[in-house]
Design a protein around this ligand. Structure first.
Ligand SMILES: Nc1ncnc2c1ncn2[C@@H]1O[C@H](COP(=O)(O)OP(=O)(O)O)[C@@H](O)[C@H]1O
Ligand SMILES: [Ca+2]
Length: 499
């Protein structure tokens, strides 16, 4: 009994205070880990949505974007969830029937209501941005352009979303937001890697935007951004009337004006090297001259007999006349006296640049091969072209020779790309499943989703943090166990010594 009494006194582990302390430490660690795991646990993913309507000159597309609610300021988080193509033509074609513009959006907006979860509807912003078609309508008939915008506004306000406005974008905005989109999607904005220049070809205008190596000599062409802690000094220019549909009209009108036949015959004969041999279609003079991009001319007839010749080099000669390169008041110009630094770096060429070059299978050849293949394509008889592409809209099909040649001439003679840097042009439709175009950049900007400064990042990712806390706790437990074993052994020795 005495022996046992002595052991009790000598073994420190049997002191209640020590046991209490050890239990308290373990409990404290367990509570700490439990709280931090629960506190930092990512909530079940909640998504937010945004809608942007791209009211282009040829048609309107509705884009629905989606992003995880907690990560809206991280780069690359916003994704395109759905697109809907509005039936019919662009809103600028409703100048004589403004109500029709608003009505045309109905089907796609109903679709948006079905795609976005109902509880998110009221907080989902809707933006409509109109581009060059509406810029031209505003030049031609400002009152009509306002009526069209009012009509789409009334229509968009009837849906449960948060309507944020319908407006005409400036050419600079269109160029800059296209650049933001491609660089956001390529995750270039928060990395020290280079950025991607943006080339956008529409029906009524075309944009070029990139970071140049030299000074920007004209203020109109300069845009500055601070994104994720980096300063960007961009060159941008939008050529109104140089989208492929307006360029075709300008090119046809020049041919008509310079041809003597045009003033005498009925219908006027337009022999066009940019259309396939065997192509022969009657068009109205009005369909070519109905644009503020061309001065009105009087002809003997209201009709044109448009006859294809299929001669690529003559076609290119005729397209060169659309670009005025004779004067430049700066150190360098693209065309029409517009300042442009030398193109630099990699470029993403989207919208009609992609549609046309992809159709022609010309997205990955050298400049020389591209020209050769295009020349062969243009000389292919129209009958054969129609037979080979039964599913393609005849209007698009008849114009691919012109459009391909226009793209080549715009890039080489207009923007001064060469056979050396031709490979730097990447014809793209999508980046990581989202369309390249101005709409995403526009929404990111208006919702402040690209912060000027880089957001604070946690010390370690969530998974790493939990692992660290578990390992750290185990480490402490093992230490306590070892300490226990050590003390037990030493107290036994002490016990034996006493015996
Ligand atoms: N599959 C296609 N093939 C050829 N061209 C196309 C195709 N889809 C769209 N396009 C063309 O792309 C252009 C899109 O321009 P759009 O965005 O409407 O005008 P803008 O940007 O000048 O306001 C139009 O010229 C249209 O005809
Ligand atoms: Ca466009």
């Amino acid at each position: 009994m005495d022996e046992q009494g002595e052991v009790k006194v000598k073994n420190p582990w049997h002191r209640p205070a020590f046991i209490f302390l050890a239990a308290f430490i373990i409990l404290g660690i367990v509570i700490m880990v439990a709280i931090s795991v629960v506190q930092n646990k990512p909530l079940p993913q909640k998504y937010k949505y945004g809608i942007v309507l791209d009211a282009g000159s040829s048609h309107t597309s509705v884009f629905i974007y989606e992003w995880p609610a907690e990560k809206e300021n991280n780069t690359g988080m916003v994704q395109q969830k759905h697109t809907c193509n509005v039936k019919g033509k662009g809103i600028s074609s409703y100048d004589a029937d403004p109500d029709g513009a608003g009505k045309s959006l109905q089907d796609c907006m109903v679709e948006a209501k079905q795609i976005i979860p109902a509880h998110r509807h009221t907080e989902t912003p809707v933006y409509l941005g109109a581009t060059a078609g509406m810029r031209l309508l505003k030049m031609k008939d400002e009152a009509a352009s306002e009526k069209v915008l009012t009509s789409v506004e009334h229509s968009l306000k009837t849906y449960p979303f948060s309507y944020q406005g319908a407006r005409i974008l400036s050419g600079q905005e269109e160029g800059a937001f296209g650049w933001i989109t491609v660089n956001y999607l390529s995750e270039n904005l928060n990395k020290p890697t280079g950025t991607l220049g943006a080339l956008d070809l529409g029906g009524a205008s075309t944009q070029i935007t990139f970071i140049p190596q030299q000074d920007i000599e004209s203020n109109d062409n300069s845009i500055d951004f601070r994104l994720y802690g980096n300063d960007y000094h961009l060159y941008t220019h939008s050529f109104l009337c140089y989208g492929k549909d307006q360029a075709l009209k300008i090119s046809m009108s020049k041919k008509l004006v310079s041809s003597h036949a045009a003033y005498k015959t009925d219908p006027i004969e337009l022999r066009d090297p940019c259309f396939h041999p065997g192509y022969n279609t009657t068009k109205t003079v009005q369909s070519v001259f109905n644009t503020p991009c061309i001065k009105a001319v009087n002809f003997s007839s209201g009709y044109i007999s448009h006859v294809g010749l299929g001669n690529w080099s003559q076609c290119q000669q005729s397209i060169r006349k659309v670009f005025n390169t004779s004067r430049c008041a700066y150190s360098k110009c693209s065309f029409n006296e517009v300042f442009q630094p030398s193109v630099d770096g990699q470029f993403g060429a989207f919208s009609a640049f992609f549609f046309v070059m992809n159709f022609l299978n010309l997205t990955s050849d050298s400049l020389a091969t591209t020209k050769q293949k295009l020349a062969t394509y243009c000389s292919t008889p129209w009958g054969k072209i129609v037979k080979n592409h039964p599913g393609t809209k005849e209007k698009y099909l008849s114009e691919y020779c012109f459009s391909g040649t226009y793209i080549l001439t715009l890039l080489e003679d207009g923007y001064n790309f060469t056979s050396e840097n031709w490979k730097d042009i990447h014809f793209i439709k999508k980046i990581r499943d989202s369309d390249a175009g101005w709409t995403l950049g526009y929404m990111l900007n208006l919702t402040n989703m690209i912060p000027a400064e880089a957001p604070d990042t946690p010390l370690m990712p969530y998974g790493g943090y939990v692992t660290f806390m578990i390992l750290f706790t185990l480490f402490i437990l093992v230490l306590l166990l070892l300490a226990y074993l050590y003390f037990r052994q030493s107290s036994r020795k002490a016990q034996k010594g006493i015996i």
